[in-house]
Design a binder for this molecule. Structure first.
Ligand SMILES: Cc1ncc(COP(=O)(O)O)c(C=O)c1O
Length: 388
């Protein structure tokens, strides 16, 4: 019933019913670790907040609805969600994963999970043949990010999902960079979506959270089991904030993306910008795929609010960072405030320099996360910071 309504309506209403007891338009926040049992084993659907909480459940319902999915399983961070996904594996299982993955995912897989007997192969997921040839008899999951952080490389979810179906393995998509508003991996054939909800879903840079979303009942059951067993659950308060944030997700993401597109077009011809990476520009190698795959709920192409620019030298990079005022130098992205970062030395610091070199990530790449501020103010700020 809920899923038949349009995205912006579901964002406000899914999981958000008027409180029956008091009439409160905003349902209450259940800050409780435990629940009274009427008699042993008899309760009102909840017994302990690690295993389930009414506020968490309402958030899970809301976010599942936004991805047109049946189930959402919330975690205390994006990394907890990714780790929980891989905890479905058994010793000796193999995963094919994007080579240009988020630094924390690289660190978790290579420095923690490999020592538990899981195997990971990092490949260029832009190339379907490379993905398929990395699949082995023990491969259980293909894990991709699209667009990637920070090189904004895309992979064709529909084509990769065909390969995964052929080999009977799960396709998991880290959809953090597009949010549920800008890309629908389940509709393109993926089995499970992961979000760092810290980013667009939270949207205000005030919490850390993650979520896995699927319509596969067997998969969902395993993930709920890992959620309650591992206990990497978000606090009910964070879920309450997340529920408040998703109401404006579509408005924020559309505005941020429109601003980023305008800024990218303006910056493309700037003398001090050696090169620019933005999927909305025709100069982006995979512009056509972005136009086909990244669609808002009205079916219009949407290119995201992340822009990567490469400047001529480290000195230029540092003078730019010193002069910029409205973009705050900080890790993270997707919030209402514009942020700026140098992935080589920040988010991707755990990736060895030879690996960064091989993936084409230079020290002079500056990543912009465009917020909801006035675009003329953002542009003037960028111009003055780029000046010599
Ligand atoms: C693409 C992507 N995936 C996963 C994560 C990890 O999420 P979290 O920081 O919420 O643990 C991040 C964090 O920056 C990210 O950018």
């Amino acid at each position: 019933m809920e899923n038949k309504k349009k995205f912006l309506t579901r964002a406000v209403h899914a999981g958000n019913k008027v409180d029956q007891e008091t009439g409160a338009v905003i349902p209450p926040l259940h800050l409780t670790s435990t629940f009274e049992q009427e008699s042993v084993g008899v309760n009102k659907g909840f017994d302990y907040s690690r295993a389930g909480n009414p506020t968490t459940k309402r958030y899970e319902e809301n976010i599942a609805s936004l991805e047109d999915a049946d189930f959402a399983i919330a975690f205390s961070s994006g990394m907890a969600a990714i780790t929980s996904l891989f905890q479905m594996l058994k010793n000796g299982d193999h995963v094919v994963i994007g080579r240009n993955t988020y630094g924390g995912t690289y660190r978790m897989t290579t420095q923690v999970l490999e020592s538990h007997g899981f195997q990971f192969d990092f490949v260029d997921t832009r190339n379907i043949e490379e993905v398929e040839s990395a699949i082995k008899p023990n491969t259980k999951i293909v894990f991709v990010e699209t667009p990637t952080n920070p090189l904004l490389e895309l992979c064709d979810i529909k084509e990769i999902s065909k390969v995964c179906k052929k080999h009977r393995i799960y396709l998991a998509v880290d959809n953090t960079f597009m949010s549920p508003y800008g890309q629908s991996p389940l509709q393109l054939g993926a089995d499970v979506i992961m979000h760092s909800a810290t980013k667009y879903i939270g949207g205000h840079s005030d919490l850390i959270s993650g979520v896995l979303i699927t319509s596969d009942e067997v998969l969902a059951e395993k993930l709920y089991f890992i959620q309650k067993s591992g206990g990497a659950v978000p606090s009910p308060f964070d879920c309450w904030l997340l529920l408040r944030s998703t109401k404006t997700l579509g408005l924020r993401v559309q505005h941020q993306s429109d601003s980023a597109f305008e800024l990218a077009k303006k910056l493309e011809s700037h003398d001090e910008v050696k090169s620019i990476i933005y999927p909305g520009l025709e100069s982006h190698e995979q512009h056509d795929l972005a136009t086909k795959q990244q669609l808002n709920p009205d079916g219009q192409p949407i290119y995201g609010s992340m822009i990567s620019i490469i400047v001529s030298s480290i000195e230029k990079r540092d003078s730019f960072l010193k002069k910029i005022k409205l973009f705050t130098l900080a890790e993270s992205l997707g919030g209402v405030e514009s942020l700026i970062s140098v992935p080589y030395d920040m988010t991707h610091v755990s990736i060895p320099s030879d690996v960064k070199k091989a993936m084409g990530l230079p020290r002079t790449l500056i990543r912009l996360s465009v917020g909801v501020e006035n675009i003329e103010d953002l542009y003037s700020d960028l111009l003055q910071a780029l000046e010599d």
